[in-house]
Every structure is written in structure tokens, then in C-alpha cells.
Design a protein around this ligand. Structure first.
Ligand code: NI
Length: 439
């Protein structure tokens, strides 16, 4: 008997190390089973929505058709719907029977200026004018999947609204990919226009398709995506004959020192154990022939960090470094830093509380803690205001052959069976979060 007790307490100890044992599910099992059934029912329709969006992609802040379809769908489910939020955004509120907690779910709706090369029967042939150029338009970042899945979640949760212990806010956001004609856009603008008020959500969830195997859900307990800030530097020297550099102030040599020197801001100044950082120069332009030292050089680059402290530090050090290096070479410099998105930082407690229900959706072995990425996402504007969780949805079919195309590739494609998984998992998350917040 004692032996058995020991064995049992040993088992309890082992179990207590597993998050799923500590954070038990609050959502009733029958309700989750009802979600499974409803997801299966709506899957075909959600795939059709996805194909329709895929065939009719719209660039950032021009998602008029998409937003119209979303708004009509949410209205048909009896939701209170706001349109024209942050230009083309749509917000739907599904009120449960009780005045309980509020959970927000977010999808982005915009496509990219890329000419599609997938050869799919529903491939896009849409073109548009972008920054003065005629471009192809394509859902090469999977936002068609995000939007159609969230419409599916809206259908599922609307069916069980009487059993929800609170309300769900559906946020369909424009311009995640950036908007070149506006000062503020996308998530930042939606937050500025009050999407997180009246009622204020207690938590928010968002996801992105990612080239992991279908069925995988990957997450982090902290930073999952980086902050992004772009900068441009103009190094101003004094041109002249390249055979007599002593008569010039050479901006090429000064800029070359800047390119190598700024790497020390990451390697010598940033506290890398607290989060990664990257500075890259993507463009170095100056001069036009062998024997002329030009008057000036232009550098374009990007800064990525996983926390606000490192981000601020690099900004300050970059300015100092550039000005002082310019001075050391007898040149001067102008630098502009464009602050774009903050890092997406998942709320660790919210994530811990949700792992059990995600495992329930896709199976324990398909749930994966991933390394944070250095790309950016404007989900950060929501997650900076309220506890947020952003996760990745696998979309590579098990029988996939050939190269795996990354997002933003003209050949990017998704395994559509991931749409049902997306709908089920996000419905689970909304329901589980509502029950946990109420209990
Ligand atoms: Ni994207």
C-alpha cells in the first residue's frame, strides 16, 4: 500500500511538471465536442471563402470587397458590426447571455504586391497600382486563411452563444503588411480608433500560417516576433578625383566603416541574453564610376529586437555612432529612423493557461514551443494593451513534395485542411479563455 502511495505521489509529481496537468481545462467537454461538430459542418464553406478571397486579393487599406463580405457574414450571425474602422476594418461583437468577460480574436485581411505563380485553379490574376507601378496582387502571406478561418469561428461561436460565459469580439484588420500612403495604419490605427474599448477585451488571440506540418500549433511564452524599425542614412562628404582622395572627404569609406561598425551595437551593446537583435543594411548606394569620389552615399537598413529596452538602446547608439563616425572621416551624416511595429510579446501566463486546450485540439505531440522569429507583426499593438497570445498554424500537407515555399513567395500555398484546425483551435481558445476568466 505504501509502495503504491509512493508510486502515486511520484506520478503526481511528474504530472505537475507538465503544464497540461497544472492548468486544467475549464471549458466543458461537451461544449468542445459541439465545436468539433460545428467546425466539420462549416469547413467546406470556410474553404470556399478562402478560395474566393484568394482569387480576389486586395492590397493594404484597400480591402473593400473582403471587408464587405466579412461584415455581411457577421451581420447574418446577428452580431453588432462596426465597419470602416481604421479605413476598412470590421469589428463584430458576439454577446453571450451573461455580462461576463470579453475575449478578442483577430485576423488580418490584406494581400501583397506579388504576381502569383502557384498555378492553382483559383490563383489570383488581379493587378493594382502600387507606388506608381502596375503590380500583381496575391495572398502570399495567408491572410486569406486567417480571414476565412475567423469567419468560420464566428459561425461556430454564434451557434453556441447561449452557452458562452461572456462575449467575443471579432477583429478583422486591414493593412498588416504596412500602408505606404499613411502615417498610421493597421492594428495601431484600430487601437487608436478604440477597438480595445467598449467593451474592453480581457485577452486577445491571433495566429499566422507558417510552413510547419499541418496539425502543428507553435507558440512562445514571450517574444514571438520582433520589433521593426527602418532607417536611412545619408553620408555627406566632398567629392573629387579618386586619384587624389586627400582633396576630398570620402563618403564611401566613411559609409563602409558605418556598415561594419554598427554590427557592434548588437554584439557589444545589446544584452543578447534578454532577447535577440539584428541590424541589417539592405542598400548601399553612392557614386557612378571608378575614378570619381561622390559627394554622398545613402544607406538603407532595418533594426529588429525582441524587447523595448534593446530597441531604444540601439536607436540611441546608432545615432551617436553614425554622427561620430561621419565626423571621424571629415564627413557629416543625416539619419532617419522610422519606428514601425513593436515586438510581439506573448503573455506567459495566458499562454500557460491555454496549452491544455490547444493540446486538446491538435494532440500533445503537435503542440510545439518555437524559437522567436525576427520578422514583425502588428499584433503587438493589441498585445501591448491587453494580455495576448499569437501562435503559428502549420500548413504543409503531410504528403507535400518539392521545396517548401516561404510566406511572401509567389509560389506560397497552404494545405486547406489546416483551415478546420485553425477554426477548431481558435474557437477552443475563445471558449476556454472565457470560462477561465469567469471562474
Ligand atoms: Ni502575414
Amino acid at each position: 500500500m505504501q509502495k503504491r502511495l509512493l508510486y502515486l505521489s511520484g506520478l503526481l509529481f511528474i504530472c505537475s511538471l507538465l503544464p497540461s496537468a497544472v492548468y486544467a481545462q475549464h471549458a466543458p467537454k461537451p461544449l468542445l465536442e459541439e465545436i468539433n461538430r460545428l467546425t466539420e459542418e462549416i469547413e467546406r464553406e470556410a474553404i470556399d471563402w478562402r478560395r474566393d478571397f484568394h482569387q480576389h486579393p486586395e492590397l493594404s487599406n484597400r480591402e473593400y470587397r473582403t471587408a464587405g463580405i466579412v461584415a455581411e457574414h457577421l451581420r447574418s450571425l446577428g452580431m453588432e458590426v462596426q465597419t470602416g474602422v481604421a479605413k476598412t476594418g470590421v469589428v463584430g461583437l458576439l454577446r453571450g447571455p451573461e455580462n461576463g468577460p470579453v475575449v478578442a480574436l483577430r485576423a488580418d485581411m490584406d494581400a501583397l504586391p506579388i504576381t502569383e505563380e502557384t498555378g492553382l485553379p483559383f490563383a489570383s490574376t488581379v493587378t493594382a497600382t502600387f507606388q506608381g507601378q502596375e503590380v500583381g496582387v496575391m495572398h502570399a502571406c495567408g491572410h486569406d486563411v486567417h480571414t476565412s478561418s475567423l469567419m468560420g469561428v464566428a459561425s461556430v461561436l454564434a451557434e453556441i452563444r447561449d452557452k458562452l460565459p461572456g462575449s467575443v469580439k471579432f477583429i478583422f484588420q486591414p493593412a498588416e503588411e504596412g500602408a505606404f500612403d499613411y502615417d498610421i495604419w493597421g492594428a495601431k490605427m484600430m487601437v487608436a480608433e478604440g477597438v480595445l474599448q467598449d467593451p474592453r477585451p480581457d485577452a486577445i488571440f491571433g495566429m499566422h500560417v507558417w510552413p510547419f506540418p499541418t496539425g502543428t500549433i507553435a507558440y512562445t511564452r514571450g517574444p514571438i516576433m520582433a520589433s521593426v524599425d527602418n532607417f536611412s542614412i545619408r553620408v555627406i562628404g566632398r567629392g573629387g578625383h579618386a586619384a587624389a582622395p586627400w582633396e576630398t572627404a570620402d563618403p564611401i569609406v566613411a559609409a563602409a566603416h558605418m556598415v561594419t561598425g554598427i554590427q557592434t551595437l548588437v554584439s557589444r551593446n545589446a544584452e543578447l541574453t534578454k532577447g535577440a537583435a539584428v541590424i541589417s543594411i539592405g542598400s548601399f548606394r553612392g557614386g557612378n564610376r571608378n575614378n570619381i569620389i561622390p559627394d554622398d552615399v545613402e544607406l538603407l537598413g532595418t533594426i529588429r529586437t525582441h524587447n523595448e529596452e534593446t530597441r531604444q538602446l540601439i536607436h540611441q547608439r546608432l545615432e551617436t555612432f553614425i554622427h561620430n563616425t561621419a565626423e571621424a572621416f571629415g564627413t557629416s551624416a543625416e539619419i532617419t529612423i522610422d519606428r514601425l511595429y513593436p515586438a510581439v510579446i506573448n503573455n506567459p501566463e495566458l499562454v500557460n493557461n491555454m496549452i491544455a486546450v490547444i493540446e486538446h485540439s491538435v494532440g500533445q505531440k503537435h503542440v510545439m514551443e518555437m524559437d522567436p522569429l525576427m520578422i514583425a507583426e502588428d499584433f503587438s499593438y493589441y498585445a501591448n494593451e491587453i494580455p495576448g497570445m499569437f501562435y503559428m498554424l502549420g500548413i504543409i500537407a503531410p504528403d507535400h513534395t518539392g521545396p517548401i515555399e516561404p510566406i511572401h513567395s509567389p509560389r506560397f500555398d497552404v494545405d486547406e485542411s489546416a483551415i478546420a484546425i485553425a477554426m477548431r483551435t481558435m474557437s477552443y481558445l475563445a471558449v476556454e479563455a472565457l470560462f477561465q476568466l469567469r471562474d
